[in-house]
Design a protein around this ligand. Structure first.
Ligand code: ADP
Ligand code: MG
Length: 502
């Protein structure tokens, strides 16, 4: 297993501040469940459909309609809980969160406040190779998403699209264990990675599949440790919540701005007021949206239309047995099984498809060499062309090229040429090498011939090389050129050395 260290971060020194301050961050991530139908209706969840085309009577809150829970959504939330090593509550319940908004026809959102489906869990957040920080998960509950108000289509009117109304969200709430902007982004990255491994959420942040409310406060050194020991929140500073962040970069910028704002306020004798703020990326600042006094009073109460949700331990165990290998385990296995560095292992396990692609590319070959090949040659080209690695070369193509390198049939330089030709023509590597005569010349006779010719043609260079053996490299280069890069470099080196008497 990997040797992970769980470090407590050092206090941040914020330029311009009179004192040292520490940041404390807790996240509420809304992750849309990857299901075809909504949480309480059979309407489709398809993104980008014609407005108001995926709306069942219950989503539009027609009188007399009753919610029927989507078992698949519950299963995905349980799966997510298990993936985050969390406690699954066999009994949970749904509550109504009441508020009035045009995109919420029911006048309430069905959510889980008092008895969530999933309890405490954890995420190991990767900071740098060998360093991970544990962030505790407080709970995961299921809830309905709201619809969408559209204000920019008409100067005088607003429109409403109810396609998203009633889509199942998992709200994943962390403890305030995140200690800086980079860690916050790393947390969302890791959570997104796990969700995608589990297949429970697509994690498409641009489409709003995954969005985060970021709670930020600041405290003086020592206060966080006092909170940790007692779990008493009064040791922490007052927090502000920045709503609806859907970009890793903006999350970091918003936290950075918010921390500075709070510190400046506190150091000038002011007080942080608990409130909801919005981040404006154009101005790189957060702005107040509503203060606690104006905060909604949601008047939560148990939803009388829904029975408490009771699930069986056997069912949960069945889901647990079907979990895939998750990123931490896969990364550790790649390090032990393939001898790759932890950094390479994290690149290769960034997503499940890439990890599978790498393993298929290894075939029976050398793991470390395959890792270098996939990362440097395939991913390099794929990223540049904005293609999937599979579209650059199938795993079998990588395996075939690397097998030829291992058998000394082609040099690593020619291997790259073969890959380029394959990308252009789609031809199999073996065919490319045979048809274009790219096989490495290991026949020492042929190499000797080439070396002899170059020595004979360049007597002056020979004299120089005898004085300065480093110049032998020039001869090696000439031989490689003369053989179109096909000569076995090891053999060329040896023969050049011997012939020059070095
Ligand atoms: P709500 O926002 O609905 O009132 P909570 O009070 O449970 O819910 O807190 C929401 C989030 O705020 C959680 O992620 C929690 O970890 C985080 N949080 C609570 N107190 C602080 C604090 N002092 N600083 C930063 N984050 C905090
Ligand atoms: Mg909140």
């Amino acid at each position: 297993m990997l040797d992970l260290t769980y470090e407590t971060p050092k206090p941040r020194v914020i330029a311009g501040a009179k004192h040292d301050w520490e940041l404390v961050i807790g996240m509420e991530v809304h992750a849309q469940v990857a299901s075809k139908a909504k949480l309480f209706s059979g309407a489709s969840t398809e993104f980008g459909a014609e407005p108001n085309s995926n709306v069942a009577f219950i989503d539009a809150a027609m009188p007399g309609m009753l919610p029927v829970i989507n078992e698949f959504c519950v299963e995905q939330a349980v799966r997510t809980g298990l993936g985050l090593k969390a406690r699954i509550n066999l009994k949970s319940a749904f509550d109504r969160k009441n508020y009035f908004y045009p995109d919420l026809p029911q006048g309430y959102q069905i959510s889980q406040l008092y008895e969530p489906l999933v309890g405490e869990g954890e995420i190991l957040v990767d900071m740098e190779p060998g360093v991970a920080r544990r962030v505790r998960i407080e709970r995961i509950h299921m809830e309905q998403d709201a619809g969408k108000s559209i204000h920019d289509m008409d100067p005088a009117m607003s429109f409403v699209d109810l396609n998203r109304t009633g889509v199942c969200l998992m709200e994943i709430v962390s403890r305030p264990d995140i200690r800086g902007p980079e860690e916050a982004a790393a947390y969302v990255t890791k959570l997104r990675q796990i969700l995608r491994y589990l297949g429970t959420c697509d994690g498409n942040m641009q489409n709003g599949n995954l969005r985060a409310d970021v709670n930020v406060s600041v405290c003086r050194p020592g206060d966080y440790e006092r909170y940790q020991e007692s779990q008493d929140f009064s040791h922490l500073g007052t927090r502000c919540e920045i709503k609806n962040m859907n970009s890793m970069r903006f999350i970091q910028q918003a936290i950075d701005y918010e921390a500075r704002r709070q510190i400046a306020l506190l150091e000038s004798g002011g007080e942080v007021v608990q409130e909801t703020r919005l981040y404006d990326p154009d101005r790189s600042e957060t702005r107040s949206m509503r203060s606690k006094e104006e905060a909604h009073d949601y008047r939560y109460f148990p939803d009388p239309d829904l029975l408490p949700l009771e699930i069986e331990q056997d069912w949960v165990d069945g889901i647990a047995a079907s979990l895939p290998e998750l990123p931490d385990a896969k990364k550790a296995r790649f390090v032990t099984d393939y001898g790759v560095t932890e950094y390479d292992a994290s690149v290769l396990t960034a997503d499940r498809d890439l990890a599978a692609y790498f393993e298929a590319s290894v075939g029976g070959g050398d793991g470390k060499k395959t890792a270098n090949w996939v990362i440097n040659e395939v991913l390099g080209r794929a990223n540049k062309a904005e293609l999937a690695p599979q579209d650059i070369a199938a795993p079998e193509v990588n395996a075939a090229i690397l097998a030829m390198v291992a058998a000394d049939e082609i040099s690593t330089k020619i291997a790259k040429d073969v890959l380029e030709i394959h990308i252009e023509t789609g031809d199999a590597p073996g065919k490319i090498v045979t048809e274009r005569g790219l096989k490495q010349v290991t026949d020492t006779g042929a190499i000797e011939e080439a070396v002899d010719k170059i020595i004979a043609d360049n007597p002056a260079q020979v004299e120089k090389a005898k004085q300065n053996p480093k110049l032998a490299g020039w001869f090696v280069g000439q031989v490689m050129k003369a053989t179109g890069g096909k000569a076995n470099p090891k053999a060329v080196n040896q023969i050049v050395g011997a012939k020059l008497g070095l």
